[in-house]
Design a protein around this ligand. Sequence first.
Ligand code: FEO
Length: 394
Amino acid sequence: MKKITKDIYWVGTEDRETKLFENMFELPFGVMYHAYFVDDEKTAVIDCVKDMTEDAFLSAVQAGLKGRDLDYIVLNHMEPDHSSAVLSLVERYPNARILCSAKAVAMLKNFYGIEKNVEVVKEGDTLSLGNNTLTWVMVPMVHWPESMMTYAVEQKVLFSTDAFGGFGIFESIFADEVTNEHRQSETVRYFANIVGKVSAIIDKTLARVLGLNLPIDVICPSHGLIWRGEGVAIILNEYIDLSQHRTKPKVTIAYSTMYGNNEESAKFLYETLRKENVEVTLYNLSETEKSFVVADIWQSQVVLLGAPAYYGGIHPKMRELLMKLEEGALINHTVGVFGNAAWSGGGVRGIESFLKENKIEMLSDSVEVMGWPTKEDQAALAKLAQSAVKALKQ
Ligand code: FEO
């Protein structure tokens, strides 16, 4: 148990074992599941954890209760990384009343067979625990339809569910005590890959939540770090930038390659841009898991996508990336295309069709190389690189 403010404690867990978040996205720095305990005349747990880590959570709750019964379990979100420990919690404290949104009721039944002691809370409802009052803000699709935030009125703490979260386990649960270089990139990677698809909803919801003018001293999300003091404005601004697709003057090159020909083009583009003093990152899609690439693309003004043809279409590693980018990562971006034709072409044509269908601004000078890039191909690639530089807005 770690104290956050008067009466409110962290009872969350660290997960260094899960290799793939949602069985898709690598977790090189682990992930935290945050849960909170309110120590008042009536006791409450806000959010749970993933069941594989529940021992530490249950021990912390038990320590907080000091022999008392648990009165309330607040479930802001039903994705199992935050709800699956509820089964063991209910087993230990069968009298606890479970407070959740209307949409969560069926999920509780369907996921865990829990129907007893379930009570629906609505926006603006209040609950007094003694010295602390809880109230709720409904935030559907941040990240699932049943998502809600809980607000502790007297302590000015917002339990923000998946909003403001991030991947990673750091030296502290408090953002102001963390110096780790991965803090920000793991926040962006979480946003772009986990909730990026609903970025427009997040943008509107953030405006609505901020419009309620709730004074916020502490933000307690369900992943990532806890933000307090000046950190509240930092994470709010980071999330507003991400949800409004505000990009930075940099280029991300992502490519697939089978035998190195397309890689040669990608490296030529990369070196040309570096000579122009452009901030540029190069990703081989067979070597870097796509969530890292998507995160970098989310913030890059210009993106260069390159793929060989594959049976007249796009090489599968690039197809996989495009499926993820379709969720909104290219809104507000300019994209250039390059590729390798093999015998039929199709990689460049396929990426261009994807960009047109998704109404993404495209550079006009795509390059399709037949095999190893010749001097003429290099000249065409240099022209594409120059177009990318011009497209950067300083
Ligand atoms: Fe971390 Fe949407 O749950």
